[in-house]
Each structure stands twice: as structure tokens, then as C-alpha cells.
Design a binder for this molecule. Structure first.
Ligand code: SF4
Ligand code: SF4
Length: 107
């Protein structure tokens, strides 16, 4: 469609407007396909396609994410692996930003 727009446009704006779409398709084709085919956002940017979880192997149970979570969606005992309650999570990203152990992941 972008190529047709470029070829059929009578003005310079029409000929250049599709360039961002064409460039991102060229360099990020895998990401487009992941969104369309698997309904996943590998970069963790599209909230509707994102789910946060805690890797129990990496979580030290420090509780920092639990204290920072604005939705009280994180539970767990001190020094034990914590968990995220997906039903409560508003996908704000505070937990991932505040975990010093890279234990919060996005899928
Ligand atoms: S901040 Fe990280 S290490 Fe600490 S409880 Fe949360 S997920 Fe675990
Ligand atoms: S993304 Fe936000 S709401 Fe969801 S668990 Fe992390 S801090 Fe809580």
C-alpha cells in the first residue's frame, strides 16, 4: 500500500509520507510479525500485549517492587520469591524499574 501511495501521489508529501512505515518494516519486520502473529510485544511497550511476571530464580524477596506497586498487585514473603497478581496489575512498569536483580520480566 505504501509503495502504491508513493507511486500514485501527485505531491511530494504523498510520495514521502509512507517512508516511516516502509523504514520500520525494513528494520523491525520481526517485531511487526510478532505483534500480528503471536500477539506479543517483545519490547514490552504495547500494554495490551504485555504481561509482567517475576522470575523466581532471580527474585531475592527484597520486597522493593511490592512497596512500589501502586496497584498492590505484588505479593510474597520477605526473602522469598514474589509473585504478580495479573488481575490487579495495571502494567505501569514500576516493578521492572525498581528491581535491582532484573527479576521482573515481560512476556
Ligand atoms: S524487587 Fe525484584 S528481587 Fe525484590 S522482591 Fe521484587 S522482583 Fe524480587
Ligand atoms: S507493572 Fe505496575 S501494577 Fe503491575 S505489578 Fe508492576 S508495579 Fe504493580
Amino acid at each position: 500500500m505504501s509503495k502504491t501511495i508513493q507511486q500514485a501521489s501527485l505531491c511530494a508529501l504523498g510520495r514521502t509520507a509512507p517512508n516511516p512505515a516502509l523504514s520500520t518494516l525494513r528494520y523491525f519486520r520481526d517485531e511487526y510479525l510478532e505483534h500480528i502473529s503471536n500477539h506479543r510485544c517483545p519490547a514490552g511497550v504495547c500494554k495490551k500485549l504485555t504481561e509482567f511476571y517475576i522470575d523466581p530464580e532471580l527474585c531475592t524477596g527484597c520486597g522493593r517492587c511490592r512497596r512500589r506497586c501502586p496497584a498492590e498487585a505484588i505479593g510474597g514473603e520477605k526473602k522469598k520469591a514474589h509473585q504478580i497478581n495479573i488481575a490487579k496489575c495495571i502494567k505501569c512498569g514500576e516493578c521492572i524499574n525498581n528491581c535491582n536483580f532484573r527479576a521482573v520480566k515481560v512476556k
